[in-house]
Design a protein around this ligand. Structure first.
Ligand code: DHK
Length: 157
């Protein structure tokens, strides 16, 4: 079981720290990436940390993850609420998937309350700010370990 994890970020997250800081906070995406890299090293995970404003690019990265990765953490941003294409791509991925939202989408406009990605996600984190990324990595590490154990025929002694 691969310990490589993809952390995928959708549209406008390149503006993190500058865009609506009262909602998304003041950390930049580069800050989030360096926090994730430090934690991944602690957890024994390798990381591919990516952002795109284009839906098809996110789909292509999920296809790439199918071949290489043990898990995916994804903040699909606005695509959360619209993208059957991203849901279909995630449905073609075998490992654990954790959906991350920086803000509490359920406290916001009604159109943000529905997520296509939640139909596939093994867990959803919302409203924990950028800390949610670290929580997602910890959960992925647990799920990847559990899957590896199950594949090896039970817990190691
Ligand atoms: C980020 C976005 O860009 C929004 O479109 C989502 C999500 C919420 C977040 O909270 O990280 O609705």
């Amino acid at each position: 079981m691969s310990r490589l994890v993809y952390v995928l970020n959708g549209p406008n997250l390149n503006l993190l720290g500058k865009r609506q800081p009262h909602i998304y906070g003041s950390e930049t995406l580069a800050d989030v990436e360096s926090g994730c890299r430090a934690l991944a090293a602690e957890l024994g995970l390798a990381l591919r940390f990516l952002q795109s404003n284009h839906e098809g690019q996110v789909v292509d990265w999920i296809h790439e993850a199918r071949e290489a990765a043990g898990g995916i953490a994804i903040n699909p941003a606005a695509h959360t609420h619209t993208s059957v294409a991203i849901l279909d791509a995630l449905n073609a991925f075998d490992g654990p998937v954790i959906e991350v939202h920086i803000s509490n989408v359920h406290k916001r406009e009604p159109f943000r309350h529905h997520s296509y990605v939640s139909l596939r996600a093994d867990g959803v984190i919302a409203g924990f700010g950028t800390q949610g990324y670290g929580l997602a990595l910890r959960r992925l590490a647990t799920l990847i370990d559990a899957k590896a154990e199950a594949e090896a025929g039970g817990p190691r002694s």
